[in-house]
Design a protein around this ligand. Structure first.
Ligand code: ATP
Ligand code: LTN
Length: 337
């Protein structure tokens, strides 16, 4: 929550479209936690985005609460950040509509996530999937966001957000803060354990490819042991040439904070089996407390619900201020003006 001095603003979000993964910690949550005391933070569960691919209603509801609980379990403090559900704040959908009229069709067509998701969900390439980055821009711009901590895959969406902000500001007068991405040096793109050329994803049908934050210790160990590496014999960090083993090095770094160079130095001549065992131990130690906190938080749904209601009220007040400005500038008549 902001105190009297105005702090710069962070906004970020995760889709409640499955159980969260180690990738979410690496690309998003750990940086949210690290930055939360220096910024006015809005952490959103982006359920409007999640329905751009077909969801089962009961699962979407459960994952929405799971996702918020995981923000807390990862270390977000509700006293210093506003946690809320996107569909509780109507201004997100409303601003997205206005911004869609400032987005070129060709510009939206170039988004690589749209191209990838259209291939993955060829039977349901809907207009919402196409407009997804515009809604994301609305999320960010409503809060006059300075910084957006995300994984590498969201960089292009951030560029579109910046372009839209500048375009609107130039067409009228300064309205939106132009946000910067915050993409970590390591862990910005954790890779699948089964195909290290693909991003680790919560929606991967092969569960061996993904470390879920709710995985028990045995599952974590088993998945790391079975991780696809290459036929090399040394432990190196070279994501281009040795993606599988480099991915494990990054995971070890995430879990222990030991510098990459030190890890490589120490394990260079270790066997893959020995290194994998060390990675598994480090991950178990890192994830187990998160999982335990998650289960505790999730057991008190009433508390979680009241936190999300309060979060949405706070968020809506800020968002509506920006939306009203936008409506006025584009020329919507209002009896309040
Ligand atoms: P999908 O379920 O389609 O894989 P996703 O998990 O990529 O979707 P979100 O859940 O909305 O999409 O991702 C939220 C945040 O987590 C984003 O900032 C994204 O960059 C980050 N993230 C997701 N997966 C990874 C990963 N493997 N490595 C690093 N960051 C990731
Ligand atoms: N598109 C993002 C999720 C997302 C987001 C946002 C991230 C939606 N709105 C606003 C940061 C800021 C993804 O990772 N798939």
């Amino acid at each position: 929550m902001s105190n009297t001095a105005k702090r710069p603003v962070i906004f970020s979000g995760i889709q409640p479209s499955g159980d969260l993964t180690l990738g979410h910690i690496a690309g998003a949550l750990r940086n949210w936690v690290a930055l939360q005391h220096d910024y006015d933070c809005y952490f959103c569960v982006v359920d409007l985005h999640a329905i751009t691919v077909r969801q089962q209603p009961a699962k979407l509801r459960r994952w929405t609460l799971d996702c918020a609980a995981m923000y807390l379990a990862a270390g977000i403090e509700p006293t210093s950040a506003t946690i809320f559900v996107q569909s509780h704040v109507p201004a997100h959908a409303e601003l997205a509509w206005v911004l869609s009229t400032f987005t070129g069709f060709g510009e939206a067509s170039r988004m690589t996530q749209f191209k990838e998701k259209s291939e993955q969900h060829a039977q349901n390439v809907n207009v919402g999937l196409f407009a997804y980055p515009i809604l994301m821009a609305a999320d960010i711009l409503l809060y006059q966001t300075d910084l957006v901590p995300v994984g590498e895959d969201q960089k292009q969406h951030l560029e579109l957000t910046r372009d839209l902000a500048q375009r609107f500001n130039n067409a009228y007068s300064p309205t939106f803060t132009v946000p910067e991405p915050y993409i970590p040096r390591y862990g910005a793109r954790l890779m699948s354990l089964q195909d290290p050329r693909k991003k680790m994803s919560k929606s991967d049908p092969n569960h061996n490819a993904t470390i879920f934050l709710v995985d028990d210790n045995d599952a974590i160990r088993r998945k790391i042991q079975r991780a696809v590496t290459d036929s090399g014999t040394t432990i190196e960090y070279d994501p281009e040439r040795r993606p599988g083993i480099s991915n494990l090095v990054e995971m070890y770094h995430l879990a222990t904070d030991e510098p990459i160079e030190a890890i490589v130095e120490r394990f260079r001549d270790a066997s893959y089996a020995a290194f994998k065992a060390a990675v598994a131990d480090a991950l178990v130690a890192y994830i187990e407390p998160v999982r335990t906190r998650f289960l505790e938080i999730r057991a008190d749904e009433g508390h979680l619900a009241s936190l999300l209601v309060a979060g949405a009220e706070r968020a809506a007040r800020v968002a509506e201020r920006t939306l009203r400005k936008v409506y006025r500038k584009v020329g919507f008549w209002s009896p309040k003006d």
